[in-house]
Ligand binder design. Structure first.
Ligand code: FMN
Length: 180
């Protein structure tokens, strides 16, 4: 059977962000499973404009949609900004529609309270985009999973949760395939 393609989407774009460290850690765990093709998808690479401020012909917009269309499911690496997701992630979510539809997603978040508030906001948005968000949600603490809030040192206990989330993302991404 052909392996599914799962994108690990980095939700932050600011200079000095920690999301690449988290994304690489998830990818390392995921690749050991051998059950799907996993890749990091960095919003920053696409140079998306702010939605509505241009004529929409920037090549990054088409490239973003093509990348999403090539994926069967997603893992969102979510950080909490003012109790919600980043503006960059919301903008990137808004820049596609069909390419998101009938796929599954897991969320791994971080913040002072594990990024839980941002993750719950994201769940509401995913419903509108017809993305099925799985239950298991690893939450990382800025205080105990990062040194000085900047060097990622995840506690061992998160490993089980990440694998359970990936089990669910793979199962649902495959189950939704006939709809795509
Ligand atoms: C604009 C802004 C707002 C933030 N608001 C919150 C917040 O409401 N709750 C929280 O737990 N952390 C908050 N933080 C801390 C971030 O979660 C933390 O800096 C995290 O590392 C950001 O992710 P990044 O490094 O990938 O950009 C905020 C950070 C920024 C830059």
């Amino acid at each position: 059977m052909t392996k599914l393609n799962i994108g690990i989407i980095l939700g932050s774009t600011r200079q000095g962000r920690v999301s690449p460290q988290v994304g690489e850690w998830v990818k390392g765990i995921a690749e050991q499973r051998g059950d799907a093709n996993y890749e990091i998808v960095d919003i920053a690479d696409f140079n998306l404009p702010f939605l509505g401020t241009t004529d929409g012909t920037e090549p990054g917009i088409a490239a973003w949609n093509q990348k999403l269309a090539s994926l069967d499911g997603f893992v969102f690496v979510v950080q909490e900004y003012n109790h919600s997701i980043t503006g960059a992630l919301k903008n990137a979510l808004d820049f596609a529609r069909e390419a998101w539809n009938d796929k599954a997603a897991g969320i791994i978040s971080y913040g002072s309270t594990g990024g839980a508030r941002a993750a719950e906001h994201l769940r509401g948005i995913l419903g509108e985009l017809k993305i099925a968000d799985v239950r298991t949600h690893p939450t990382l603490s800025l205080f105990t999973d990062f040194e000085n809030g900047s060097v990622f040192k995840p506690a061992e206990l998160h490993l089980t949760n990440v694998n359970t989330m990936l089990d669910e993302v793979n199962a649902w991404s495959g189950a939704l395939k006939p709809l795509r």
